[in-house]
Design a protein around this ligand. Structure first.
Ligand code: TYD
Length: 213
């Protein structure tokens, strides 16, 4: 049954080890506690088909795909995820919290990968008409801090193997996007205790959406 309150689309972005999944879990619990319906999801992925594309993207050698091929794979996964999961949830009044979305493509493929921001934006916005988030939270922290957290966790995707120069471009890229679209992308300092980051995110949502979480 359709809800009368609109669903909101909130995306989380940042480099490796920024703590997105922890903050998404905490925020989801807060929103649910005030009676909102919440869907947690991630990209690339979020549907069975898109998760299959995710495996192609994250496994193997760092240079397995050209940045243009990566762009098209990520876009294919996003098209599935948007049409089958995100749009129906928003229409039903569900809040969608998504771990990475189109700003990751703008940065990882467009700016750090070398495809170019303009080309990525033309595909994502003009050709595919991908929906923009209502709010994007950028968890920003020094590259070394994020990569060290990842190493400690023993994880290691294909993108983590791309080296420090690539990840420095990722951080700079995200910061540039936030400066260019401050009304949509909010930069949050993620190099501090979890509770402080959580409080900053809640304050942003209260200010933006007038919720009482
Ligand atoms: P993941 O392990 O989920 O990274 P994290 O936990 O840091 O979010 O892997 C997702 C990887 O995919 C991440 O390194 C960034 C990359 N990626 C792109 O290159 N382009 C995209 O459009 C998206 C959504 C992700």
């Amino acid at each position: 049954m359709a809800s009368t309150s609109p669903g909101r689309f909130v995306t989380f972005e940042g480099g490796e080890g920024a703590g997105k999944s922890t903050q998404i879990a905490r925020l989801a619990a807060r929103l649910e506690a005030v009676g909102l319906r919440v869907l947690r999801t991630r990209e690339p992925g979020g549907t069975e088909e898109a998760e299959a594309i995710r495996r192609l993207l994250l496994e193997g050698r760092a240079e397995r795909w050209t940045p243009t091929a990566e762009l098209l794979l990520v876009a294919a996964a996003r098209a599935e995820h948007l049409a089958r999961v995100i749009e129906p949830a928003l229409e039903a009044g569900v809040w969608v919290l998504c771990d990475r979305y189109l700003d990751s493509t703008r940065v990882y493929q467009g700016l750090a990968g070398g495809v170019g921001l303009e080309r990525v934006d033309r595909l994502q916005r003009e050709v595919l008409d991908f929906r923009l988030p209502d709010l994007t939270i950028l968890l920003d922290l020094p590259v070394e801090v994020g990569l060290a957290r990842r190493r400690a966790a023993g994880a290691g995707s294909r993108f983590e193997r791309k080296g420090p120069a690539f990840h420095a471009r990722v951080r700079e890229g995200f910061r540039m996007l936030a400066a260019a679209e401050p009304e949509r992308i909010a930069l949050v300092d993620a190099d501090r205790p979890l509770e402080e980051i959580e409080a900053a995110i809640l304050a942003l949502l209260r200010a933006r959406f007038g919720i009482d979480a």
